[in-house]
Design a protein around this ligand. Structure first.
Ligand code: RUB
Length: 311
């Protein structure tokens, strides 16, 4: 059973109080460090088992998040390295616990640096006079647009509300607090407003081995419309979002969430509800991925990601 703090973090991830791939992964790594610190395990083997089960529990909370899986895998890898050292040196249960916590601190710095790099690269794509459409809340897109504003660009944003959980409201309030003019629209109004847009910027939950993008449900419709109207379509993504398993033929898992998010199921007893949280946008609709290593065509991204993930 994970510690009380980990269970609390898990509940906030599950309910989307912590949302977006980067935030979820950051909190997951913090949870691993907290679990290591709170552990009463007496042997490296017992500690390993505890951390492994914690990682497995957290990874299952949002199945469409390779960034979450990649960061948990690397937290476990850092722990395992120290366990191996303990066989041959003076490393002990305390140094093993410290190794998990140290990974957490390094991860946080690394993620902050990557966000800075993506924000700088993405801001260069924003031109004076642009109207930019965004969907859901991506902390990465938020970083880009705030950086563009800081560098003096004059542009406006159209933000979808993002049914059923309205994450678009987070985007609207963060961008308007930064002094960026924002227009809110309902998701189904994208077809009306796309012709007024110069660019689409969305985040990414996963990128697969053919360069396809998995992101918040509704992204695919926006990509189709952008393609029809000749609007550039960018996804801002840390390379940690690459889904390693897809290169060996696995399909990306698409999370389906509770029907109660869509409507009051007590009132609509006879209605079947489907609530997929994500959809898949084929690479052919994507102008480019904005990453910490720069801008890449979708077809080029898997090779760059493999290099960064060292496989
Ligand atoms: C959020 C979502 C975001 C990506 C990227 O979905 O689809 O576009 O996670 O976010 P949810 P970030 O609200 O269901 O988590 O750029 O912050 O990693």
């Amino acid at each position: 059973m994970p510690s009380k703090e980990v269970i609390e973090i898990a509940a906030r991830i599950k309910s989307l109080k912590i949302q977006g791939a980067r935030n979820v992964s950051g909190w997951a790594v913090k949870a691993m460090a907290l679990e290591a610190r709170a552990s009463k395990a007496k042997s490296p083997e017992a500690l390993w088992k505890e951390l492994f089960l914690t990682a497995d529990y957290i990874a299952g909370l949002r199945p469409t998040e390779p960034m979450l899986q990649n960061s948990l895998r690397n937290a476990l890898r850092a722990t395992l390295l120290e366990i191996n050292r303990a066989r041959t040196s003076r490393a002990n249960i305390r140094t093993i616990r410290d190794a998990t916590a140290k990974f957490g601190r390094n991860y946080e710095k690394h993620a902050a640096r990557n966000l800075e790099l993506i924000s700088l690269a993405g801001a260069q794509l924003v031109d004076d006079g642009d109207t930019i459409l965004t969907h859901c809340h991506s902390s990465t897109v938020e970083g880009i647009l705030k950086q563009a504003k800081l560098s003096g660009k004059k542009f406006r944003v159209i933000a979808t509300e993002t049914r059923p959980k309205f994450q678009g409201h987070i985007t609207m309030s963060k961008l308007s607090a930064a002094g960026i003019p924002v227009t809110a629209i309902v998701d189904s109004a994208v077809s009306t407003f796309i012709k007024d847009c110069d660019k689409v910027f969305v985040g990414a939950d996963a990128i697969n081995s053919t360069g396809d993008l998995i992101n918040k449900i509704g992204t695919l419709t926006i990509a189709h419309l952008a393609d029809d109207y000749g609007v550039e379509f960018y996804s801002a993504a840390e390379l940690y979002k690459y889904d390693l398993l897809t290169q060996w033929g696995a399909h990306s898992l698409l999370e389906e969430r509770s029907p109660d998010e869509v409507l009051d199921t007590k009132k609509f007893r006879k209605v079947k509800v489907r609530n997929p949280a994500f959809d898949v946008t084929p690479a052919r609709f994507i102008t480019g991925y904005i990453t910490e290593k720069g801008l890449y065509a979708p077809q080029a991204l898997p090779a760059v990601a493999r290099e960064v993930l060292k496989i």
